[in-house]
Write a protein that binds this ligand. Structure first.
Ligand code: G3P
Length: 223
């Protein structure tokens, strides 16, 4: 089993001026270092600079818009996201959906500045459409399982295996992640056994009373 990519999405669970985001990012860095795994974080846009400048951890934006420099108001500008310290971005999360043409524009804007792209999808058909746009990753997450505590790897393993199969046919260079309800070591292990190369997760870590312990459990069955 190859080493997974794990990305912890902070969503808008955290309040304040970023201290909470830095604290969880440090937990991800420490558990990643001790386990030899890559654990990235996706803080809120306003916390990217703080987290990236204080913690040596891969930082992802939760969203990027397909706009360039100019007269665009209220957008997440890929170049500034990168300059703030992000190495990549989520695109089209179920809680931040875009139209297909906008997903394409976001991927291109991100690629132009060297941001790794993770396009989220809600089923096998959208996985196929996203893969055709050539992102680095697609991350399939059935919306009904997001935040449920019921892992996709157990509740809907076919959406993962079918996504892996369809992506292999469309563009074998695109890697597949999965997410929704993932929190335990057995969930991550099952996700990898289904053919994904890692997971997106949120509530199981960010809402935990002890994120470090939750992260240790998550990686406990890998390697
Ligand atoms: O981006 C990951 C997310 O949508 C999954 O959320 O809380 O089910 O781990 P959660």
């Amino acid at each position: 089993m190859s080493s997974p990519l794990i990305v912890v999405n902070f969503k808008t669970y955290l309040q304040g001026t970023g201290e909470g985001a830095v604290e969880i990012a440090r937990a991800c860095r420490d558990v990643g270092a001790s386990s030899g795994l890559t654990i990235g974080v996706a803080p809120q846009l306003c916390d990217i600079y703080r987290v990236a400048s204080q913690v040596d951890v891969p930082v992802y934006s939760q969203h990027v818009d397909g706009v360039g420099a100019g007269s665009f108001t209220g957008h997440a500008f890929a170049r500034c996201v990168r300059d703030a310290g992000a190495c990549g971005t989520l695109i089209n999360h179920s809680e931040r959906r875009l139209r297909l043409a906008d997903i394409d524009a976001s991927i291109q804007a991100s690629k132009d500045v060297g941001l790794s792209t993770i396009v989220c999808t809600n089923n096998v058909a959208t996985t196929a459409a996203a893969a055709a746009l050539g992102p680095d990753y697609v991350a399939v997450e059935p919306p009904e399982l997001i935040g449920s505590g019921i892992p996709v790897s157990k509740a809907d393993p076919e959406v993962v295996t079918d996504s892996v199969a369809v992506v292999e046919r469309i563009d074998p260079g695109v890697k597949v992640l999965c997410g929704a309800g993932i929190s335990k070591g057995e969930d991550l292990k099952a996700a990898m056994e289904l053919g994904s190369v890692g997971v997106l997760l949120a509530s199981g870590i960010v809402k935990s009373k002890d994120p470090t312990a939750a992260l240790r459990d998550l990686v406990s069955l890998i390697r």
